[in-house]
Write a protein that binds this ligand. Structure first.
Ligand code: LMR
Length: 408
């Protein structure tokens, strides 16, 4: 019956984790998937999450279904985290203009947003940065939207191609959906400056484009999840001043709370007023119910406990800083090893200037393949490395391996 089903290619990111597990080399290094590892190279349950787990163990009274859009308390606390730190966001909230629902982490939240856009927005075309997270393309396409790329990264300078980006946005048809990474761009680690964001928002306004803002690494840019919302505040200002009528936001707690497998995040839609919000909310519920009925509750209860308790919240801020600092120190060490210890002739400056969990190394597909097949060093084919996979135990081996393949 299924003889005609062709083999699908393995996932470009998660497929690597599988290959890594099967590799018997004791020196193997996993720089594939973006998941935080501690100084020993092990997954890390955040101390704040442990505190929340303890409270839940003692107080959780049921495992009932959550409402279709998630627990109201969870939504209220996440809205406070995302929108209550700036005047415009606060006003939008107070005016009942923000609809938020729990989603299944970043992917699930984006998928719901994409389905919503497919159903209710007349323009079905999404422009995404070149490059972008590979799953972005699949999510949009599987939701019935078409995609094309806007220029983003200049391979020669390892920096943002801002002129290209702006020109490509300026050539977009009215109503085109534009996917933007709020901070810690995946895969490049290169973000726009505050002044560049002002110009981007101006262009979105002039061309009447619909921004979908994705934030999966909130806190990894500055070490502070609230500071990392600075760009979102600009979007709130633009809405409050009537320059853009809306934006859509997808947000994830996978990385900044280390809740990867709990699948917890949110999606938000900015509306023109409470009545529109009510209608949008009803349609999101109608869309989600046949997809997965309602979101899982353990992760959202953890988030609720962390955000709702001052001590645990402060511990969480510390935890994010701990992760961010370790990533920064590994960037610095790798840069030092390559440039000073190995005296590499190549320019590795971008290792320390890029932000977040990833570094877009500039290694070419041949070098990436060689690192995998001869050194058991795993990274995505585009040369992206997850800095979180680096620790003191493997950094010497990694730097030597990179130096070797780039000298040939
Ligand atoms: C990544 O880019 O490695 C992460 O966002 C994990 C994923 O789901 O791909």
């Amino acid at each position: 019956r299924w003889a005609g089903v062709p083999q699908a290619p393995s996932d470009k990111i998660l497929g690597l984790s599988l290959l890594y597990t099967l590799d018997a080399n004791p020196n193997k290094v996993d720089l594939g998937v973006g998941a935080y590892r501690d100084g020993n190279g092990s997954p890390w349950i955040l101390p704040s999450v442990r505190m929340a787990e303890k409270i839940l163990q003692d107080t959780e009274s049921d495992k009932e279904y959550s409402p279709i859009l998630g627990s109201p308390k969870f939504i209220q606390l996440v809205q406070k985290l995302l929108f209550a730190h700036d005047t415009s966001g606060f006003q939008l909230l107070a005016d009942g203009r923000i609809v938020t629902a729990q989603g299944l982490s970043g992917t699930g939240s984006l998928r719901v947003l994409a389905e919503f856009l497919h159903r209710f927005h007349s323009n079905h075309h999404v422009k995404v940065p070149d490059p972008t997270w590979t799953n972005h393309l699949s999510i949009m396409k599987d939701s019935g939207l078409t995609t094309s790329a806007y220029r983003y990264y200049d391979q020669k300078s390892n920096a943002l191609d801002f002129d290209g980006l702006l020109e490509d946005l300026s050539r977009s048809e009215e109503g085109t959906i534009v996917l933007l990474h709020l901070s810690c761009h995946n895969p490049t680690g290169v973000d726009s400056s505050p002044e560049q964001w002002d110009e981007i928002i101006k262009m979105l306004s002039e061309r009447n484009l619909v921004p979908v803002v994705d934030t999966a690494y909130q806190g990894f840019q500055s070490g502070d999840p609230v500071k990392d919302l600075a760009t979102l505040f600009k979007f709130n200002d633009a809405v409050a001043m009537g320059k853009i009528p809306t934006y859509l936001l997808s947000q994830s707690f996978a990385k900044n709370m280390g809740l990867y497998g709990e699948r917890v995040g949110t999606l938000s839609v900015i509306c023109s007023g409470p009545r529109e919000s009510e209608r949008v909310r009803s349609q999101l519920a109608k869309l989600i119910r046949p997809m997965y009925s309602s979101p899982p509750t353990h992760g959202s209860k953890l988030v609720e406990t962390i955000l709702g308790n001052e001590d645990i919240y402060n511990q969480w801020l510390n935890d994010v800083k701990t992760m961010c600092d370790r990533l920064d120190s590994m960037r610095l060490l790798l840069y030092d090893k390559l440039t000073v210890e190995y005296n590499s002739a190549l320019d590795w400056e971008h290792i320390i200037t890029q932000k977040g969990m990833f570094c877009y190394t500039g290694l070419n597909p041949r070098q990436v393949e060689k690192l995998r097949s001869t050194k058991s060093v795993y990274m995505t084919a585009d040369g992206r490395i997850s800095i979180a996979g680096i620790c003191l135990k493997n950094i010497d081996y990694l730097a030597r391996s990179i130096d070797e393949v780039t000298k040939e």
